[in-house]
Design a protein around this ligand. Structure first.
Ligand code: ZN
Length: 342
């Protein structure tokens, strides 16, 4: 079969790769839409230590089940399914505590095993969710990025932290997913910060209260609405030093910053403000099965999405698409690839 193989920094080609052999508890999926994730752009550049070449990436995908392994539900054959690429051992201390996303033995399809940028991919049968009739595979492929947003928004209000005013920094895919999850979670006011005008428009179309070119502008909007008080929650979906600082600056005393963006590793932050403002710094990584299921049901119900879905490009266009995405943000927030396209 054909697959897009990443060979190292900015080296990627479409070539013949070994077809997957289904094992017990597994299914083979023929991806009909596989989204390119921002982390894969970083991976393509060689900036993500968890990806080792040669690798077929692709962890945001949905497609048709073509084979079912021993012990897996044969009723899945022929169904279009969304794939939750993340699985954990289910038995360790963290899994038993409900923190399955942090399991030290977690495995991701597209990182630890070949992913969705190929004609076929293996997935654990327990991780596939049949899509209702008429739901597009591209919609199913958005469940994974939205699950990240669901998780971040959930952490934003966890422990009874009251949130009336939230700000999401960044309106790329993950930012827009965090924004929608925050809105759907019932947070009344959710502002977006995004320098790219087309993406600001998209944030507004997807439910943002306001969309601002700078954090300062968003800060003025929030403070104006609440007599000078800052935001209760800021989600940083970028992860640059400047956005991490902005996240803390935008908060009211006792506010919470959730960090999901991974752009920079090191960041210098002013900790006097963190201490005196009793600021809550919260990291957010991946998602649990519950988060994935919540994301998928919001997508299937049409409550979340990315607006008009772009066409699915052929696998052959993948290497070029990755090279284009490296050049920076565009209004088109998601690129889908699969087979010979559609
Ligand atoms: Zn575990």
């Amino acid at each position: 079969m054909r697959g897009i193989v990443w060979h190292g920094p900015e080296q990627m080609s479409v070539e013949e790769v070994e077809s997957p052999e289904v094992g017990p508890g597994q299914v083979v999926v023929r991806p009909e839409a596989t989204g390119i994730c921002g982390s894969e752009i970083e991976g393509y550049l060689g900036k993500m230590g968890n990806r080792t070449p040669p690798l077929v990436m692709g962890h945001e995908f949905a497609g048709t089940v073509t084979e079912v392994g021993e012990g897996a539900d044969e009723g899945l054959l022929g169904l279009t399914v969304a794939v939750n690429p993340l699985s954990s051992d289910g038995t360790c201390y963290l899994c038993r505590a409900g923190l399955t996303n942090l399991c030290p033995n977690r495995k991701l399809v597209g990182i630890h095993s070949p992913g969705g940028f190929a004609e076929y991919a293996l997935a654990p049968a327990a991780n596939v969710y049949p899509l209702p009739e008429g739901v597009d595979a591209r919609t199913g492929a958005l469940a994974e990025p939205l699950a990240n947003g669901v998780h971040a928004a959930r952490l934003g209000t966890a422990g009874g932290h009251p949130v009336e005013h939230a700000v999401v920094i960044g309106a790329g895919t993950i930012g827009l997913m965090c924004l929608q999850a925050a809105v759907l979670d019932g947070i009344p006011t959710v502002h977006a910060v995004e320098p790219h005008e087309g993406r600001r428009e998209q944030a507004l179309a997807l439910g943002a209260t306001g969309a601002h070119a700078s954090a300062e502008e968003a800060g003025l909007a929030v403070e104006g609405a609440r007599d000078g008080l800052g935001a209760d929650l800021v989600i940083d979906a970028v992860g640059a030093e400047v956005t991490r600082r902005a996240a803390i600056d935008l908060l009211r005393p006792g506010g919470r910053a959730v960090f999901i963006g991974l752009h920079d590793d090191g960041s210098t932050l002013g900790f006097h403000g963190v201490v005196r403002g009793q600021i809550d710094l919260q990291g957010s990584y991946a998602y649990t099965a519950e988060d994935f299921e919540q994301a998928l049901s919001w997508l299937v119900e049409g409550k979340a999405g990315i607006g008009e879905l772009p066409p699915v490009l052929a696998l052959e266009e993948g290497p070029g698409a990755f090279a284009d995405l490296v050049r920076g943000p565009s209004a088109q927030i998601k690129v889908f690839l699969a087979g010979s396209g559609s």
